[in-house]
Design a protein around this ligand. Structure first.
Ligand code: TYD
Ligand code: MG
Length: 453
């Protein structure tokens, strides 16, 4: 028998090295290398030999049939929208999140929603009894559900071939292993190879495969980024254990738009949909206090109103602090530089803290104007007009740049009972007026801020 050799694998990106490295040259992660066994017959290598044979078929575009594969609705609207309109047959979806956030609950509820579709639920973490107790707690019709407590991927794949279910759930990828790979379950090689095999199975046999994965403490899904590259859709389930609201976020989707979010609340009978997230995010808003402004952000295809908060205080000693929660730190620094230069605000001896309330993270530049307004409001200690929403991206010259989907944002503000909205002047020219809302155009950050302060 050959001598066992080991290699070092980056848990972040999957790069390998014969030696341990402190910093990954591929993805720049620190201390991400772990030792793993080298296996002579890695299934992915064996695949290469087979494809050298003559059986490979090449097709023209006309020969490819595109009979509209129909998506399966789960009946959970928030979940269907995040997936891009329901479960896509033959797709592989990674559901990531911290332990206890509700991944297994979401999967169980999906089963109950997919009433006519046979589902095979493979649990490697919990006993069949635990899965049953959860399903009973959630309620609903689960006669379509078949369970299996197994972690050996060879046996799992056999069972899937035999049962040919429409949907397969593997809970979780960290517990399954392929016997031909010598490293432990949860290691980079195991996770990568098992995902690759499940992916091939999904493409060949046609079931939709949901793979549950735990998030490492750094926030990456299941360690290797290679896994994110392989799957069709990556869903990230977020939320604090101490809070009941949960956000399901798409970070990748070959079958729909990314940045889509679904909002849920953990209740007595599983996850409940939050149909009006703007109301939830604005529910604890402080009226009449300085440093708070409402922005209309787009999360995927849906407009959502969020409260941006800022606190500006004089620095007691040393270098002024800047901190951003739920908002890009570099973008905050850019906005601070713009309001110093273009509005003459002296922030050099002030600490600035910015927070997007409700635990959401926004990447939409259209919230810039609200952030800038909240900062100026806190600095001057004047409250922002609480009945007005602000929308606009700030450019380096202090100009307000146009943003996409302004009519949707305006409609959301009107729906939530706001009386006015500040939008970029370029957008205002195109949309004209709205009977329910007072539309104000702003061409510069100074104009935008002055409209509400
Ligand atoms: P779970 O889905 O097991 O989380 P994960 O699979 O992500 O580790 O459940 C998460 C938590 O939710 C658990 O602490 C119990 C709680 N919970 C409820 O509050 N209500 C419910 O109806 C269910 C099923 C779970
Ligand atoms: Mg679980």
């Amino acid at each position: 028998m050959a001598k066992k050799r080991t290699k070092y694998v980056c848990t972040s990106c999957g790069a390998t090295s014969p030696r341990w490295l402190g910093k990954c040259p591929n993805c720049d992660a620190w201390e991400s290398y772990v030792e793993e066994m080298v296996t002579s017959a890695e299934p992915s290598k064996a695949r290469g030999a087979r494809s050298g044979s003559t059986g490979v078929r090449v097709s023209t575009l006309e020969e490819v049939s595109v009979e509209e594969t129909s998506r399966m609705a789960t009946g959970i609207n928030e979940f269907d929208r995040v997936l891009g309109g329901g479960v896509m047959p033959g797709s592989i979806v990674l559901v990531g999140g911290d332990p206890g956030v509700g991944k297994s609950t979401l999967m169980a509820q999906m089963c109950a929603g997919l009433r006519q579709m046979p589902v095979l639920y493979i649990t490697g973490e919990e006993s069949l009894r635990q899965v049953k107790l959860r399903a009973t707690r959630i309620g609903g019709d689960t006669s379509n559900l078949r369970l299996m407590a197994e972690t050996n991927l060879e046996l799992i794949i056999d069972a899937i071939r035999r049962e040919s279910p429409g949907v397969v759930i593997v809970d979780s990828i960290q517990t399954v292993y392929h016997p031909q790979i010598e490293s432990a379950p949860g290691s980079v090689s195991q996770v990568r190879e098992c995902t690759a095999m499940l992916m091939r199975l999904a493409k060949e046999e046609g079931p939709a495969v949901f793979v549950v994965g735990h998030v490492t403490k750094e926030g990456a899904i299941a360690g290797p980024k290679v896994m994110e590259h392989m799957v069709d859709t990556v869903l990230q389930f977020e939320g604090e254990r101490t809070h009941l609201d949960r956000i399901l976020r798409t970070t990748k989707n070959r079958y729909g738009s990314t940045n889509e979010i679904g909002v849920f609340e953990m209740g007595e009978k599983g996850l409940e949909e939050v149909a009006n997230p703007s109301a939830l995010f604005l529910s604890e808003r402080s009226y009449g206090a300085s440093g708070s402004a409402v922005a209309a952000t787009m999360e995927g295809t849906r407009p959502i109103l969020v409260e941006t908060q800022a606190l500006v205080t004089s620095t007691s000693y040393g270098v002024p602090q800047r901190s951003a929660t739920g908002f890009d730190y570099k973008r905050l620094q850019m906005i601070l530089a713009v309001i110093q230069k273009r509005m003459g605000l002296r922030l050099g001896e002030h600490d600035v803290f910015v927070n997007i309330a409700g635990g959401v993270r926004v990447d939409d530049p259209a919230v810039d104007l609200a952030v800038a307004t909240a900062i100026v409001s806190s600095f001057r200690d004047i409250p922002v007009d609480s009945s007005t929403v602000l929308v606009g991206e700030i450019g380096l010259g202090g100009e307000i740049r146009g943003v996409a989907h302004v009519p949707l944002r305006v409609a959301e503000a009107a729906k939530l009972g706001f009386e006015g909205i500040v939008v970029p002047t370029v957008n205002l020219k195109k949309i004209g007026s709205n009977p329910k809302l007072n539309l104000v155009g702003a061409a510069t950050v100074l104009e935008g801020v002055n409209a509400v302060l």
